[in-house]
Design a protein around this ligand. Sequence first.
Ligand code: ADP
Ligand code: ZN
Length: 744
Amino acid sequence: MADTILDKPERQRETQTRISVLLPLPFPGPLDYLAPADMVHPGDIVTVPLGRREEIGCVWDTQSAVPADFAPSTEPAIDIKRLRAIRSKQASTPLPQSLRRFIDWLAAYTLTPPGLVLAMAIRAYNAQAPRPHLGWVRGDAALTDLRITPARQRVLDSLGNAPRTTSDLAAAADASPAVIRGLAAAGMLREMPIPVSAPFGTPDPNFRTPHLSDDQESVATELRHAVDARKYSATLLEGVTGSGKTEVYLEAVAECLRQGRQIMVLLPEIALSSQWTDRFARRFGVQPAIWHSDLGGKRRRETWRAVSLGQASVVVGARSALFLPFPDLGLIIVDEEHETAFKQEDGVTYHGRDMAVVRARLANAPVVLVSATPSLESLANVESGRYRHLTLHARHGGAVLPEVALVDMRAHPPERGLFLSPVLTEAIDQTLERKEQAMLFLNRRGYAPLTLCRACGYRMECPNCSAWLVEHRARRLLACHHCGHTEPLPDLCPNCQAEGSLVPIGPGIERILEESRARFPDARILVMASDTLGSPQATAEAVRQISHREVDLIIGTQIVAKGWHFPHLTLVGVVDADLGLGGGDLRAAERTVQLLHQVAGRAGRAEAPGRVLLQSYLGEHPVMQALVSNDYRAFMEQEAAQRRPGFWPPYGRLAALIVSAATPEAADALARTIGEHAPQIPGVQILGPAPAPLAILRGRHRRRLLLRTPRNLAVQPILRHWLAGLRTASQERVDIDIDPVSFL
Ligand code: ADP
Ligand code: ZN
């Protein structure tokens, strides 16, 4: 598909060659343009005409990595005489080949137009190089014709070796800008660019080297070898919380720095970054570059450039860092690799962890996946020999793992209307008496997940989604956690008009806060939830307060489960350990164990031993048993045994088709049509169509189909073939989610 509008004839058309340019737009592939032979090369960023517009694009390889059945090869090649010429080549370092191949690979794997993947890579690219700031230094003209007034003298006296801006100089000399302009016109001042300070310092691999234990040292040695090999390898680094995984992988980072190469570290959530970057600075003497979607525009451009020039040697960031133009990537680390937050659900859907492995392979660099609770996917890759496995066996410095116990909620129920069992509240009392910290964990924001009319049984539901509205008492409203809809809590039941009949059902953390304030009136309480900790700074401040013992009781959602190091925390209470086990989610049990194991891992990280109490009605459930016995491995073996026979991931492959339309009838009709054209291939199973659990989302009606294949069959060609002839109306959509993580 090429732009066929004729350009004005150009004189040197003969010396021009045909090049491919990928534009950040949803076309099936690159477009053809003309450029002077030898002026542009793959990776160069260029501006090109498109219709009446001008677009920025990237010169693409003609031999791309796109599989043959995906390339839009049916288009006849456009006659070279009809091609338009590129407008200009940007003064920027080219996108490295390994990144271009990654873009092609990810596009083909996720069935996304490659231009939309390129868009993620060049979003931060600024066509306009920042204008250099200019300042004044002494000029070459001799002091002849110009009369030197006192003001002019003061200006001349204020000059130094480094250039000063007009306003700076005027202030220093107590003179007007006109005086400065006069001196400049006479040649007595000269303009010079002010050098910008390098935005990223150089980490020193030997700044403060740790003394590793024998166990740690042998793992570090293995990782250093992987870096020294300068080729692709994948390693799963497993070790209980607090065993020094971070300490050890920073040694691999140090080794890579010694080679002068670049390092990418992916974290599941950027809220985690402040503790991480401080730790990095203690080890290497400077802060690393940070990358995430909330970076300001200026900082984004600076970071992008510094990475592309090799000036930023270490980037820590969210999954979008995968698209940065590292010219010399020597190591990728994925910390907390089991986290589902690595999966991007909007726009281009991809799994950041899996794509990090691909990125490493295409850059021929080692990748290290790190977790205390590895995903079944990574364990299966270890088992099949695709990943190497390194393990740290004990907590560092003799800290012992916390003791985990169940609180049977049937035997020890809370008082009516409350949610904390006396067993748990008494344990908190004792902890606070010892001047240690306690934490209550509940993975549910707001005050109550459901508001019900006592008179007629009506439930407050979102008008746009099939979901209940969550009461947020502090903000005095009901909110939908799926579409963001909010409304005030009504006085009357909207259904039966009864007055004062609406009651909250079940707890969110605001309600646990209310109960805790009443039960522990002297405790200093801090709430940690994604909506109360809006910014990385707020998170950093909360962490500081906890570390400095300015807080006694922490109440939090899943954000507290991340890799925090809270040395004074000795008791963790899980308010509802059963939460998350319901629902038709393939990984519900795995995720619950991982999450609760991580929460438990926050306790007892220093000298005092930690204790974890799980409030549960399902004490016999394998998940609870796994947590109590602290036998993650045994649990994962059971999980594997359950998934293997049915070819569920990781022993088979899944792709989800999400059909959505403006009306339920249209959604049904489209889903049915797709279902009727389902491929008939031995071993391939189609599940559905069925209404999605979130059957209505943001006012759109949704149906789901699931494609399941054995591991040795790729889903992409099947899907392409299946959906090739499909026609959808303007209000209809089919979204494809390869390797789905969410089943809503
Ligand atoms: P993990 O990443 O496995 O949770 P960390 O690397 O965060 O473990 O280590 C836990 C704590 O122990 C941290 O405070 C860390 O600084 C400390 N630690 C681990 N190994 C060492 C070591 N060899 N020397 C000094 N402190 C260590
Ligand atoms: Zn909603």
